[in-house]
Ligand binder design. Structure first.
Ligand SMILES: CC(C)(COP(=O)(O)OP(=O)(O)OC[C@H]1O[C@@H](n2cnc3c(N)ncnc32)[C@H](O)[C@@H]1OP(=O)(O)O)[C@@H](O)C(=O)NCCC(=O)NCCS
Length: 172
């Protein structure tokens, strides 16, 4: 596996990785009807936009197998988007690996590359939000030294509640 910058040519594949991984991860946490309604084709414009016109300081890296160039995972990151964010904080916005590649070290490679980029950009710490009940992701973050900082929030933007906890990592 290797890491490379995601390009606009990856938009459709990243939309597919995003939706398929969401469906596998959040089954049981969110209504089945909502999961079934997720459609990679409808997510494509979001990815085209994110890749064509990334917000200031943000980036997306792709995880690709040694053979071939089709991404099987991605990480997006940049300055923290939290209200009243500490300017020293970078944020991991999303890290997703297709379920058939879980546990093979790809997530770790993506995270390491994102944290190096955030540290190189001058951020002294990083934060991320994870669903309270997402045990696999929480175990993954904690193995990498991330710790919950006590902040929680409820996201109701999808019409059902998602409770999230914030994690923080010192980059110095
Ligand atoms: C979370 C996710 C990105 C991890 O990716 P992955 O490729 O499965 O992770 P890896 O194979 O690199 O790491 C797996 C193992 O290494 C451990 N690990 C990760 N980073 C480590 C580090 N820096 N040091 C030591 N161990 C580490 C993990 O705890 C894990 O151990 P486990 O198998 O005992 O649980 C992936 O499971 C995923 O896409 N999940 C669904 C989407 C999701 O939940 N994203 C996060 C939303 S906030």
């Amino acid at each position: 596996m290797r890491i490379r910058p995601a390009t606009i040519a990856d938009a459709a594949v990243l939309a597919d990785v995003h939706v398929r991984t969401w469906q596998a991860t959040y089954r049981g946490f969110v209504p089945d009807g909502y999961l079934r309604s997720l459609d990679p084709v409808r997510w494509r414009p979001f990815w085209q936009d994110r890749l064509r016109r990334p917000e200031e300081g943000t980036a997306t890296l792709a995880l690709v197998p040694d053979a071939g160039d089709r991404p099987v995972g991605f990480v997006s990151f940049g300055p923290s988007r939290d209200d009243a964010a500490d300017v020293a904080a970078g944020e991991i916005f999303a890290i997703y690996v297709l379920p058939e590649h879980w546990g093979t070290g790809g997530g770790r490679m993506l995270m390491a590359a994102a944290l190096t980029a955030l540290a190189d950009a001058g951020f002294g710490r990083a934060t991320l939000w994870v669903l309270d009940g997402n045990a696999r992701a929480r175990r993954f973050y904690e193995a990498g030294g991330w710790r919950p900082d006590g902040l929680t929030k409820r996201d109701e933007s999808r019409g059902f509640p998602l409770d999230e906890v914030r994690y923080v990592l010192d980059l110095r």
